[in-house]
Design a binder for this molecule. Structure first.
Ligand code: ATP
Ligand code: HSE
Length: 346
């Protein structure tokens, strides 16, 4: 970035970022799927200072999240400009956030806001100097700490991400410079018949808490079974959806986290007992069901609605509170994060 580059006034960047579901069963910290609904962030700058930063929020987080410079999107934009060598001390940021992705439910809300903020931070720079999608992916994954929600939020579709051992550079494809990237991803198109259903409870589970429940070590047999299933899962998601049930079996995380989301675990157990490919979405507690379009998806939806409304185990959360569920069939997104830069008038 040339010395003295500043964010542009007189323009606004409108960003859309999809909600995402990570893990998909055995693909812990690696697999992600973009869902066709998500968040909007409109960003602009004017002459001023960071003290003048303002965020206007509607939807998730409205009335709870900060509306000043301590908002995650503002911090992320300013951190990105620092990382890219942009001089931003003389501007105030104005953000309008429309949040549809629920927070702390396992649909990638934190990845979405980070990706939206970085996409806006790049778009507000002069044309020709804007970091590209791969730069946004890299920085977002570093901030989030793992790439599995960030990749589908940036690129759309079905993503397989990887990093380096012990936080080093991610191994690069043959013939490509390693470039010191910490994370990389391969983007696949999901099978055209793939349908995703989500049941979203009205209780939250912080990802940090859910990660704290994982064991440091696992038996080799469990790791071997899991690697076989995650390989099979790619085949199921792209070519053979009839294998989704067996391919979504996980040995790395779901059982260890079940005590923190008993209602989700009970719902998944009841659905899997009927042969449906039900898993925890991300770190939970949303339940994700993958199915083939047509009769199987219709049956899965009917069962998901019936079980999530039933009295009993599925109505009790981790703290003993009642759980209410919202069931959605969001469709799949293949575009990822998109941005339009408008010239502002007046
Ligand atoms: N749009 C947003 N604006 C500001 N902060 C947000 C936004 N979305 C998420 N956050 C912050 O991230 C937290 C949720 O992140 P967390 O990683 O726990 O869950 P998640 O990203 O929704 O789920 P998962 O990582 O399992 O998919 C929120 O409680 C909030 O602090
Ligand atoms: N792979 C992550 C996804 C949630 O961010 C986890 O399960 O902790």
């Amino acid at each position: 970035m040339p010395t003295g580059t500043t964010p542009q006034g007189g323009v606004s960047a409108s960003v859309h970022v999809p909600a995402t579901s990570a893990n998909l069963g055995p693909g812990f910290d690696a697999l992600g799927l973009a869902l066709a609904y998500g968040d909007e962030l409109v960003a602009s700058v004017a002459a001023g200072s960071p003290a003048g930063d303002r965020v206007d929020i509607s939807g998730a987080g409205e009335g709870c999240l900060p509306t000043d410079g301590s908002h995650l999107a503002v911090r992320t934009i300013r951190d990105a400009w620092d990382a890219w060598g942009v001089d931003h001390a003389g501007v105030a940021l104005s953000l309008h956030a429309t949040n549809r992705t629920p927070h702390g439910r396992g649909q990638g809300s934190s990845a979405a806001v980070i990706v939206a903020a970085l996409t806006a931070a790049a778009a507000l720079l002069p044309e020709g100097l804007r970091p590209d999608r791969d730069d946004v992916f890299e920085l977002a994954a570093r901030i989030e700490g793992h790439p599995d929600n960030v990749a589908p939020a940036v690129y759309g579709g079905l993503t397989i991400s990887w990093g380096g051992e012990d936080g080093g550079s991610a191994p690069a494809p043959r013939g490509e410079a390693a470039e010191g990237r910490a994370f990389r991803t391969a983007v696949l198109r999901p099978h055209e018949e793939l349908v995703a259903l989500v049941a979203i409870p009205d209780v939250k589970l912080a990802t940090a808490l859910a990660r704290g429940l994982l064991p440091a070590q696992l038996p080799h047999a469990a790791a071997a079974a899991n690697s076989g299933r995650s390989a099979l899962l790619i085949h199921a998601l792209t070519a053979a959806p009839e294998l989704l049930g067996v391919a979504t079996e996980d040995r790395l995380h779901e059982s260890f986290r079940a005590p923190a989301m008993p209602a989700s675990a009970a719902l998944i157990g009841a659905l899997r007992a009927q042969g449906f490919a039900a898993t925890v979405s991300g770190a939970g507690p949303t339940v994700l069901v993958l199915a083939r379009a047509g009769e199987e998806a219709e049956l899965a939806k009917a069962e998901l609605l019936r079980l999530s409304q039933a009295e009993g185990a599925t109505r009790i959360g981790a703290e003993g509170e009642a759980v209410n569920w919202r069931v959605l069939e969001p469709g799949l997104d293949t575009a990822g994060a998109t941005v339009i830069v408008h010239r502002t008038v007046g």
